[in-house]
Write a protein that binds this ligand. Structure first.
Ligand SMILES: C[S@@+](CC[C@H](N)C(=O)[O-])C[C@H]1O[C@@H](n2cnc3c(N)ncnc32)[C@H](O)[C@@H]1O
Length: 288
């Protein structure tokens, strides 16, 4: 059996057994060497041997368990990187040649971009609302531009003027202003059921006079607020179309996972976990 398969508990057992065996061996040696006369030497030999063997085995066990943890983490990261590269390869041919999108860090993951693109092409939404502007706004706007039957747009919310401006600038440079609008909406306190939660302080009247077909949720950042993204559905529920699709990034975090489950319950719809390096949740409102 490879060392990496030995569990923490088995290492502890091995350390106790090793201490006993080591104690007996060194105790016997001491007894023999002290010409079978000294009980104190035998006892001392046993204690020293037991401590030494026990300590050595505990040390080997802890190092092995730690190495195992590191190995698992590295394997996980390598797997995530491979999946991200695969998603980038899938997304790249679907983008305009001159468009350079950022993936990872604060920007969406490549896997999230792939899911959003696939659903955009499948659903051809007219109105997309996005929480958390950036590369994703460019991605959505550039795809809406390609669809026939005009009057399609993405409305992106950003709680920080600085990042809203960066997105606006990117949209202008790619001639996508006709298909996207970025609203700066600093976070405000919303009373949702019995909870006071902060979310984008938007005036819902800015939404066009039609229902939202797709909601892309990649903000606000969670920081120390685990349910930072949850208010999206309670606040926007009235504005969602009956067939609305909701896509949530960073779904492997406990707060986002809880938000996705709460949404599914509140909307009475199907919840799908689409995986990816950071986890993506999809809610299909028409699959109730
Ligand atoms: C997860 S990011 C949204 C990313 C966006 N959907 C994209 O694909 O680029 C959420 C918010 O973080 C903020 N943000 C973006 N870049 C940042 C950075 N480098 N440092 C701190 N905050 C940032 C913006 O206000 C943004 O709306």
């Amino acid at each position: 059996m490879p060392l990496s398969d030995i569990s923490k508990r088995d290492w502890r057992r091995a350390a106790v057994a090793g201490a006993l065996i080591g104690g007996v061996i060194t105790g016997t040696l001491s007894w023999t060497l002290s010409v079978r006369s000294s009980g104190v030497a035998t006892l001392l030999g046993f204690v020293i041997g037991a401590s030494l063997f026990g300590f050595l085995l505990t040390l080997v066990g802890s190092v092995n368990v730690k190495l195992n943890d590191i190995r698992e983490t590295v394997i996980g990261h390598v797997g995530d990187t491979r999946d991200e590269l695969r998603s980038m390869a899938n997304v790249r041919p679907l983008l305009d040649e001159e468009m350079l999108l950022q993936f990872g860090g604060y920007a969406m993951s490549a896997h999230f971009a792939e899911v959003v693109l696939r659903l955009l092409m499948q659903e051809r939404p007219k109105l997309v609302v996005e929480c958390g502007s950036g590369s994703s706004t460019l991605l959505v706007a550039s795809r809406l531009k390609k669809f026939e039957g005009g009057d399609r747009r993405v409305i992106a919310l950003d709680h920080e003027e600085k990042y809203a401006d960066i997105t606006r600038d990117l949209l202008s440079r790619h001639n996508l202003n006709e298909w996207a609008e970025v609203y700066t909406a600093p976070l405000e306190s919303w009373q949702i059921n019995d909870e006071s939660l902060s979310w984008y302080g938007i005036d819902l009247d800015v939404l066009p006079d039609r229902k939202i077909d797709m909601l892309v949720v990649d903000g606000p950042p969670a920081e120390s607020r685990p349910l930072a993204r949850y208010p999206a559905i309670p606040v926007l529920k009235r504005h969602l179309s009956k067939e609305c699709i909701i896509i949530l990034d960073d779904g492997d975090r406990s707060g986002e996972s809880e938000a996705a489950h709460r949404w599914a319950e509140e909307l009475g719809c199907e919840l799908e976990y689409a995986g990816g390096a950071r986890g993506t949740w999809i809610l299909h409102r028409d699959h109730s």
